[in-house]
Design a protein around this ligand. Structure first.
Ligand SMILES: [Zn+2]
Length: 153
């Protein structure tokens, strides 16, 4: 059964809170997988490429992505390396409907995260995937793309 969650819309203050790390001692892989699956369905239903937990009313460091290789769940993600090169491209956000703007992001990044079992994973990303990860990790720190974008009407 696919569960669709309500998406929190700007300017809800939840979107501005810094999210806390997932504690693997206080949660089970099953709980996390269930939440990720609901987040993934919610994101696909809304035609998004990524969704961060604050967007579904949970201030925890969790991000779900839709990639060429399918679903990826990032638990406690951290961008540990950024390219000097930046690219400016158009962005939107499921929490800020009908607003688009150009945002400068690092072209390549290395992201460290944990999977549901608590295994540390290193992901190298560039282009669109790197952009989506930077956008979603910003959400975990209460940062929205409209803070960085050149908005066009
Ligand atoms: Zn967003």
């Amino acid at each position: 059964m696919t569960k669709i969650l309500p998406i929190i819309i700007y300017p809800n203050p939840i979107l501005r809170k810094k999210s806390i790390k997932i504690n693997f001692k206080k949660t089970t892989p099953e709980e996390i997988k269930k939440l990720c699956s609901a987040m993934y369905s919610t994101m696909i239903n809304a035609e998004g490429a990524g969704l961060a937990a604050p967007q579904i009313n949970k201030n925890i460091r969790l991000v779900v992505l839709s990639t060429q290789d399918g679903q990826i769940n990032l638990l406690n993600p951290e961008i540990i390396k950024k390219s000097w090169n930046k690219i400016c491209d158009s962005e939107g956000c499921l929490s800020v409907p009908e607003v688009y703007g150009k945002v400068k992001r690092h072209k390549k990044i290395i992201c460290q995260y944990f999977n549901e079992e608590g295994k540390k994973i290193i992901l190298e990303a560039e282009g669109l995937l790197a952009r989506v990860i930077q956008h979603e990790v910003d959400h975990l720190d209460g940062i929205l793309f409209i803070d960085k974008a050149k908005i066009k009407d």
